[in-house]
Write a protein that binds this ligand. Sequence first.
Ligand SMILES: C[S@@+](CC[C@H](N)C(=O)[O-])C[C@H]1O[C@@H](n2cnc3c(N)ncnc32)[C@H](O)[C@@H]1O
Length: 393
Amino acid sequence: MLADLEIDPAALQLVDPAPPPASDRKPLPALLPGPVLVGQIGTGLDINAAARAYQARTNATLPPDGWALFFLKDSRSEGELARWRNAFWPWLHLVALYRIQAGAIERESMQGRSKLSGNCEKQGVLLALRRRDHVLSPAATIAKFDHNAPGWNGEPGKPGWKHHRWMRRYVGVFAGSSSPSRVAGRPLSILDFGCGAGWVGIEAALLAKDARLAAFDPSPEMVRLAGINARENGIERFDGRTGFGEDPPFCKTGDDRFDLVISSGVVSFSPDPGRWYDGLARCVKKGGTLVIGDIQRESRGMQRRRRTKVFLPAREMNAKTPGEARAALEKRGFTLVRQAGYQLTWPIPQAMHWSDQKLGGALAPLILLANKSLAGRLAPDRYDSWVLHLVSK
Ligand SMILES: C[S@@+](CC[C@H](N)C(=O)[O-])C[C@H]1O[C@@H](n2cnc3c(N)ncnc32)[C@H](O)[C@@H]1O
């Protein structure tokens, strides 16, 4: 297992799973910086309290890119493993685990399960976690989105294509005609903040007609696709750059702010939301429009996933509620105009999965119809995504 994680056994720090009794006044021996292994951890613990104690005990010695391993003795239910994962967040994020049973070792991660060679006489589950800041680091983000860019672009002709474009259009035109198409006789300037393949900004620019569209993303491959998509959709004025929301590659001076800034599905990836909101706010002109949307951490579906699923993308753990985003932006001089939820949390993801797996996507038009007709009409926790329209005071 250590070889699988590329950990040098000699560098591993072994940590006693039992916190020292209060009567023991002796200072704990200091650990050297390096990966840590805590174990063997028994059953029946207060999981949240245990996770806090392990953080206090090992945080100072765990390197920024180090592994933290926790060996849970005996077999554990999926629900208990999910509770450990939740208890370690936001200090650590669960990347992989190893189930050890009857001598055999099975590795499991977001990517699936595989058997490991070798055997182990112990029985239990080894959790392998890394710091949240490492998992959401700039280098990890660039690598992930460069690799996944074609998937985020959507696939024309596939059953999900219309749905993919509808979601982008919903956010792209959310401010609607309240943003004038020309400002003081010049074309509207639009910034797509974390543009991915560019579709949200493109929808906004198509609505405003003759707009000037700027866009940026950490992933060079995403920016390249956004440029192609903008050109193919007839947008002549397109300026694509690479960069992060925490230090946007536009709006470096006070006078180049935008009339309309849109950010869709981005803040949940930020390792530093405070700086990210500052960067976003800096790009909107006084009196200008801001549209921001993302996944809804407290939707019924996401709450259920956190209770029952062992592996979740870090982004889902890191997501914000619309209330949190609104409060962060009001603090930065914005006023809310309108908010809505879209993408029903139930039964849409389940129906989509079933339709794709069993029916070759045959239900896609029906699911899209349900989403379109119910968007913005129910309570926020009934949707997996939210969108806010604000103006800068
Ligand atoms: C879920 S995709 C959404 C893309 C696009 N806005 C859309 O709605 O189709 C998230 C995008 O955010 C970008 N991203 C991740 N972290 C970011 C950050 N800190 N600042 C700006 N963009 C970021 C990723 O590279 C990725 O392209």
